[in-house]
Write a protein that binds this ligand. Structure first.
Ligand SMILES: [Zn+2]
Length: 540
């Protein structure tokens, strides 16, 4: 097969062929038509979105023998030379390897000479953010007083590294990442022209991995063609790109519904053993959960599903196995894991831990239930101390009996570390004064250590632990300990078989809450309690 890399072969040659950068094309076209072309441009944006391509088109637009014209002919000698990279008046410079002051001085010397055949001398400097500070300074004077008929086009993926003095002397354009639909459409066109058979699902998969970069998507397509030839099925797309297919995702969701941690981990290991990318798997899983949620919240989810990789009837059936809020919790867990996997050298382990946490998500009770519970629990809880009051929320729907069984357990002494019960009681009093709803968490934990260095709390369920370990709550605990004991301590939270540690009797608390007794809570108090528990904000 006489094969040319798609990205090069299908590089747009005129503005009208550029995809996804209409705002830039329009401004540049207007400037050409009004003969008001800037002498310096800065193109910024992620890789593979058309910066250098636009620079080359602009060079042809300005220099075409029939121009300047926004539709360069493509056949005159200058158009051809520029396309082939042989035009002496249009120079492409790689900023990464020519980043010193000496190279920039050479360039500036060269700038002074007249053009040989073209109308404009065009200098395209790619990766311009790589220039050294002194190189930028050397360039500055030329940018301030450019010789006529000299145009600089700078391209960069890192706008933030460009000095303000340069920015202020350039016309700046930000290139947008391309949408999956734009990439898919272009790949479809290429495959049509090249007589390559591939189904829509395969094309969508390639676009998604391309993540906004047309060039990346096209080289992925090349890889798939190199592997499969002219007939491509989705399986080969998935195996070349290391994507986890729809069937695996379905199986994954199935095991998630059944809460089968061991089976889920096995599946992750199988996927990893097949050499697939777990980061991509994590992203696909997030998309799958999102689709399940769309199916749950919409009567006509077809238009909301952003993928061809899953079967609607399967989605509908599986969606019944989840509560909407569980899906949201799971999405959050995966989204955190995905970010963490990028930073960690132990990506698989990070992912596995996240998977285990998925199986521990619980549905929240409805807000009506919650308000009812708060109304009921608060007055009854007083005389019951130091035994645990009924947890307010979130309450696991399945095993609430287990929680109440634990609450009956006798007062436990800490297993290790030093422990000061007086201080603990003072902490409880402070918490009760500052954030009554937070007591609910402390009722559930066992104090393993409490001294002038640290406070160690153990919780039986990871959900509560997760709620408590937010930076805000940790800060709150530290403040409370500081107020009660005068010590700045470390807060250590653990997961284990916690036997809740009661505090000594709290007479103050009773007085404090007396005014609340004997009347229903007001709506704003209930909302405040809910906010304290969940740490959220009121949206409307
Ligand atoms: Zn031409």
């Amino acid at each position: 097969m006489d094969f040319q890399v798609s990205a090069r072969k299908w590089r747009p040659q005129k503005f009208s062929e550029l995809i996804g950068q209409e705002h830039i094309v329009r401004t540049l076209s207007n400037a050409i038509e009004l003969d008001r072309v800037s002498h310096a441009f800065l193109f910024s944006g992620t890789r593979g979105v058309g910066k250098t391509t636009t620079a080359r088109i602009l060079a042809r637009v300005l220099n075409c023998e029939k121009g300047p014209t926004i539709e360069p002919c493509g056949t005159c000698s200058l158009c051809m030379e520029i396309t082939q990279g042989n035009c002496i008046d249009v120079q492409e410079i790689d900023g990464a390897s020519n980043n010193g002051v000496a190279e920039v001085r050479d360039l500036i010397d060269n700038v002074q000479y007249a053009t040989s055949s073209a109308r404009y001398k065009v200098y395209i400097i790619d990766e311009v953010h790589m220039l050294s500070k002194s190189a930028f300074n050397a360039l500055l004077k030329t940018l301030e007083e450019p010789p006529s008929r000299v145009i600089f086009i700078f391209a960069t993926t890192e706008l933030i590294k460009i000095p303000e003095t340069i920015l202020s002397r350039c016309q700046c354009f930000e290139f947008k990442p391309l949408s999956n639909a734009q990439i898919t459409k272009q790949l479809e066109l290429i495959c049509g022209q090249e007589e390559i058979e591939i189904d829509a699902k395969g094309l969508v998969e390639i676009s998604k991995v391309g993540a906004g970069s047309m060039r990346d998507a096209q080289s992925l397509l090349d890889q798939v063609i190199a592997y499969s030839g002219k007939k491509i099925d989705t399986d080969s797309v998935e195996s070349v790109l290391g994507i986890v297919g729809g069937t695996t995702l379905e199986l994954f969701a199935e095991r998630l519904i059944k809460r089968e941690p061991a089976e889920l981990i096995t599946l992750v290991q199988e996927v990893a053993n097949q050499g697939k990318d777990l980061g991509l798997f994590c992203r696909s899983m997030m998309e799958y959960l999102r689709n399940l949620l769309m199916v749950k919240v919409s009567r006509n989810p077809e238009n909301l599903l952003n993928t061809h990789t899953c079967d609607l009837s399967v989605l509908k059936k599986q969606a019944e196995g989840f509560h909407a809020d569980e899906l949201q919790q799971m999405f959050t867990i995966l989204s955190r894991a995905e970010a963490e996997m990028k930073r960690s050298s132990l990506g698989q382990m990070v992912f596995e831990m996240a998977i285990l946490r998925l199986t521990e998500t619980r549905s929240f009770k409805s807000i009506d239930d919650l308000i009812h519970k708060i109304n009921q629990a608060e007055p009854e809880a007083q005389p019951a101390r130091p035994a645990m009051p009924t947890p307010v929320a979130p309450v696991p729907q399945s095993d609430s009996s287990a929680t109440s069984a634990k609450s009956a357990s006798p007062a436990a002494q800490p297993e290790n570390g030093s422990f000061d019960n007086m201080i603990w009681t003072r902490i409880r009093q402070e918490v009760s004064r500052k954030r009554p709803a937070f007591e609910h968490y402390l009722d559930k934990c066992q104090v393993l250590a409490l001294n002038d260095k640290e406070i160690q709390l153990m919780f039986s369920d990871s959900f509560t632990l997760e709620m408590v370990e937010s930076p805000e709550n940790i800060k709150f605990i530290k403040e409370m300990v500081k107020t009660a004991s005068g010590h700045e301590v470390q807060v250590i939270l653990k997961l284990g078989e916690a036997k809740p540690t009661p505090s000594l009797n709290i007479p103050e608390k009773k007085n404090l809450n007396e005014d609340r007794q004997g009347r229903q809570k007001t709506e704003s108090e209930i909302i405040q309690d809910a906010l304290d528990i969940f740490g959220g904000t009121v949206v409307k």
